[in-house]
Each structure stands twice: as structure tokens, then as C-alpha cells.
Design a protein around this ligand. Structure first.
Ligand code: BG6
Length: 491
């Protein structure tokens, strides 16, 4: 079977009138279309939601979601592949009509029954949709069937387990694609290449040479119009349980035997299994939570978290988390993996800093730990690339050193053709490659780890710190590293 036959498919989007569809899904599908990975002969998109739209209403929205510098003829041709059906998740008739529509489109576009269901609705509906898809035989076409699930994947281990059970009524594990859009980012995918394709790093990638690892996911945005969701979620559920844990597994895993989804996942799972459990009374030594107070971002005054729209004025939800993970295996025993993430911080940046150990005897006495160290920085966004910071000789002054930085940046290449994370992930799902999606084992292990911390926070067993909007977080996060002789490397 050739690739074109496999990629011929119908993409069914539950929640097609939502923000994600407009911001990410439609532009990503357009890029796939433009690059020929979705062919005019073999794809259709069905949008579903409660609103009483027509095909043309959806097509109009799709058109406006695409950069208008693109060729209008191509945009119009692309939009003509979109169909809309008003949909009530609880109504039998909606599923019956959907099946008829899919059969008709499959006939018209000669699509061999390949169906991708994209759940971009609130998770409370996933189970009901999955079981109705099965009941009304929408999952019994002749081709492949797959489902993409948006986060949040549960609120804790038990709700995630329940969600798994519900979805598995209609889809097997290898048909379930749990999206973590960080796994679609170029430089996150590049972590494996940097580690496993370069002999200069891998021999040093262990506790003999690495002092600590720092992972920062900082955002300048606040909660925008997502206060209702965010206030029930918080930074731990929103960013750490998924994105940060995935980055940690990629950084810490052993080389897989082969680059297959199964082998890679197996190694990532081992990392999560090796996380040193913490006890309830040690939580504040390992994790810090905080909330932003009013401040300034890019010269503009912004409110504190408690005054945001749809956020309770007495909320204790954290908008910032800093933490320390220890991985108890031969490679990593003793190396702290520090993480921090927050809203309304001073910059939007995702970076991994690998700090190498000092030489046992450094002959250049002015090499100050605080000023420079041997660092490998993986710049995930907004810049993409790597930076290595070394000690070099200061010109003209004997025996004095200064930090020199070697940079590789993707900016040098073509940035205009840069594929979106969602574009990569949707295409991977269409061709059936699940490597960059979260397997249920990873999701469960990660929930198991953070559940205890979340429950202690919900009981207010540890302090909730404040940080000013526009800063890099509370002082407590600096102290956490300082007491171990480290500092957060500037980003
Ligand atoms: C999402 C979170 O998963 O990631 C958002 O729900 C966050 O709160 C976003 O803003 C950050 O993604 P990115 O790609 O902009 O770093």
C-alpha cells in the first residue's frame, strides 16, 4: 500500500468552532495541504459543534484562520474540503447523520474508510463520544480509525484511568493518540538527535560529568480568557504533569535499541519509573508553588492572578511551579533535574540547560562558578538551536578567562517554512507513527508522581508564594538551588 493511499482520510473535529481549531488545527492542515502531504483527491474535514453553522460558515472561518499572504486560489480549494454538521453529543441522530456524511464523503473522495477523530472538546465528553462512535458503528469502516485526544488527560491518576477505560471501549491503545504539543516542537524532537547522534555528548551524559539539569518553560502571557479552566488546573497540571515530564524523559532516557515508537516509549517509561518518590512532609524541599501579583510586562501594567477574569478572588491555584526531580538509576543518581514554569514571567522562553561539573582542579582561579560554567543550552523556543558556553582566554591578559559562547541556531535556515508542532503531530497520526504522543503508561506514571504534591497543595500544607508579574518567579525558587550550590542560569 503506498503512502498516498494511507494518508487519504477524513478528519472529524469535535469542537470545530473552538479556539484551538482556529488557531492551530486549520492552519496546520493547510500547511499539510500546501506541502502535498494531504492531497486534493484524498482528504476531507468534517467540523462538528453545537452551533448552527453551515458548510460555508465553517469554510469562512477556516479561510480567516490562514495567513492571507497565501495564494487565494489554493486557500479556496483547500476550504472546499471542509464540511460542517451541527452536533449534539447526547443525540443519537447526530451520530447517525455523521455516519451518513462520512460514507458519502468517502465515496466522493475515494477515501478507503480511514477516519481520524479529533477530540477538541472538554474531557468530560470524551467517554460518551467514544462509546457512541462505537455504538453507531462509526469506528467500523474498512480503513484505519484513530483518535487524537487533547489535554487535559484527567485531573489525577484515577480520573486519567477512568478516561482511559472509557476511550478504550471504542479504540485500542495503538489507535489512541494523546497529544502533547511540546513533543511536536522541532527542538524537543531534536533532543534525541543531539544525544544519540553526537559522540561528543553521550559519553558525558551522566552523573560523573553533569552537575544538574535545568528546564525552564516561562510565559509572559497570563491566563487570558482561560481563567475558568486554568483556575481548576494550575501550572502543575497544565505544564508540569505533561510537557515538563515529557522533556525530562527525553533528556534522561537510555538510548533505545531502535528508533521505533515502542522502544522509545519503553525507555521514557523507565525514567518515570525511576523518579525518586517524595514523602508528604518533604514536599516543600522539592516543590515550590506561587501566584503572580500585579506587575509590568513589556512596559504595560498587568493585574495579579486573583483579579483575572473567571478566577476566584481567593484562589490558591498556582501559576508558577519550581521543583527538583531526582532519578534513581545508575546514570542519574545524585543529579538534580530542576524545573520551573509559570505565567506572567519576564520572558517567553523554553530552554534546557545542562550544567557540567567543574574540573577537579581548575588552574584558572578566576573561573567563578556564578559567572560561567560549562553549559550546554538547548533552546526550544522562541529561538531554536543549541548554545555551548565554555571558558576561553581573555585577550591580552595572561591567565584570565572569559565565557565564550558557540551557537547553532535554526534561524540561519529557513524559518518561513517552519512546520507547526500541530502540523507534525497530525501528520504523524495520519501515517500511524505514535512516537511523539503520550502513551498511557507515561501519563499514568506522571500523574502518580504529581498527585501527592497536588493533594498537599490542595490542603494548603505548604506555602503559596507570590511573585511579581514580569519577574522570573519567587525568591524561594532561587533559594532552592542556592542551598545546593547552584543558580538558575539566566535565560
Ligand atoms: C498549553 C497550556 O499546553 O501550553 C497553556 O495549556 C500554555 O497554558 C501553552 O500557554 C504553552 O504552549 P507554547 O507552545 O506556547 O509554549
Amino acid at each position: 500500500m503506498n503512502l498516498q493511499h494511507i494518508t487519504k482520510s477524513i478528519i472529524v473535529i469535535f469542537g470545530a468552532t473552538g479556539d484551538l481549531a482556529k488557531r492551530k488545527l486549520f492552519p496546520s492542515l493547510f500547511n499539510l495541504y500546501k506541502s502535498g502531504r494531504l492531497t486534493p483527491e484524498g482528504f476531507a474535514v468534517v467540523g462538528l459543534a453545537r452551533r448552527d453553522w453551515k458548510d460555508d460558515t465553517l469554510r469562512d472561518v477556516v479561510k480567516h484562520s490562514i495567513d492571507d499572504s497565501e495564494n487565494e486560489e489554493i486557500i479556496n480549494e483547500f476550504c472546499s474540503h471542509f464540511y460542517y454538521q451541527p452536533f449534539d453529543i447526547t443525540e443519537d441522530q447526530s451520530y447517525i447523520m455523521l455516519n451518513e456524511l462520512l460514507e458519502r464523503l468517502e465515496y466522493n473522495y475515494s477515501i478507503p474508510g480511514n477516519r481520524l477523530f479529533y477530540m477538541s472538546v472538554s474531557p468530560q465528553f470524551f467517554g460518551e463520544i467514544a462509546s457512541s462512535l462505537k455504538e453507531y458503528k462509526l469506528t467500523q469502516s474498512n480503513g484505519w480509525k484513530r483518535v487524537i485526544i487533547e489535554k487535559p488527560f484527567g485531573r489525577n491518576a484515577s480520573t486519567a484511568e477512568q478516561l482511559n477505560d472509557e476511550i478504550r471501549q471504542a479504540f485500542s491503545e495503538d489507535e489512541i493518540y494523546r497529544i502533547d504539543h511540546y513533543l511536536g516542537k522541532e527542538m524537543v524532537q531534536n533532543i534525541e538527535v543531539i544525544r544519540f547522534a553526537n559522540s561528543i555528548f553521550e559519553p558525558l551524559w551522566n552523573n560523573q560529568f553533569i552537575a544538574n539539569v535545568q528546564i525552564t518553560l516561562s510565559e509572559t502571557l497570563g491566563v487570558e480568557d482561560r481563567g475558568g479552566y486554568y483556575d481548576k488546573s494550575g501550572a502543575m497540571r497544565d505544564m508540569v504533569q505533561n510537557h515538563v515530564m515529557q522533556i525530562v524523559s527525553l533528556l534522561a532516557m537510555e538510548p533505545p535499541i531502535r528508533l521505533t515508537p515502542e522502544e522509545i516509549r519503553e525507555e521514557k517509561v523507565k525514567v518515570l519509573k525511576a523518579l525518586k518518590p517524595i514523602s508528604r512532609n518533604e514536599i516543600s524541599d522539592y516543590f515550590i508553588r506561587a501566584q503572580y501579583s500585579p506587575g509590568w510586562i513589556d512596559g504595560e501594567e498587568v493585574t495579579g492572578y486573583r483579579s483575572e477574569k473567571n478566577v476566584s478572588p481567593n484562589t490558591k491555584t498556582e501559576t508558577y511551579v519550581a521543583g527538583k526531580l531526582l532519578i534513581e538509576n545508575h546514570r542519574w543518581k545524585g543529579v538534580p533535574f530542576y524545573l520551573r514554569t509559570g505565567k506572567r514571567m519576564s520572558s517567553k522562553s523554553t530552554k534546557v540547560v545542562i550544567e557540567f561539573k567543574d574540573l577537579p582542579l581548575n588552574l584558572y582561579s578566576n573561573v567563578e562558578r556564578k559567572r560561567v560554567s560549562n553549559l550546554l543550552i538547548i533552546n526550544i523556543q522562541p529561538d531554536e538551536g543549541i548554545t555551548i558556553i565554555l571558558n576561553g582566554k581573555k585577550m591580552d591578559i595572561a591567565s584570565k578567562t572569559k565565557p565564550v559562547s558557540l551557537e547553532y541556531s535554526n534561524k540561519i535556515g529557513s524559518i518561513s517554512n517552519k512546520p507547526e508542532a500541530y502540523e507534525r503531530l497530525i501528520y504523524s497520526c495520519i501515517i500511524g507513527v505514535a512516537t511523539n504522543f503520550a502513551h498511557s503508561d507515561e501519563v499514568m506514571l506522571s500523574w502518580n508522581y504529581v498527585d501527592l504534591i497536588l493533594s498537599a497543595w490542595e490542603n494548603n500544607e505548604t506555602p503559596l508564594f507570590e511573585y511579581q508579574a514580569g519577574s522570573m518567579g519567587p525568591k524561594a525558587a532561587e533559594k532552592m538551588l542556592a542551598k545546593e550550590g547552584f543558580c538558575w542560569w539566566p535565560i
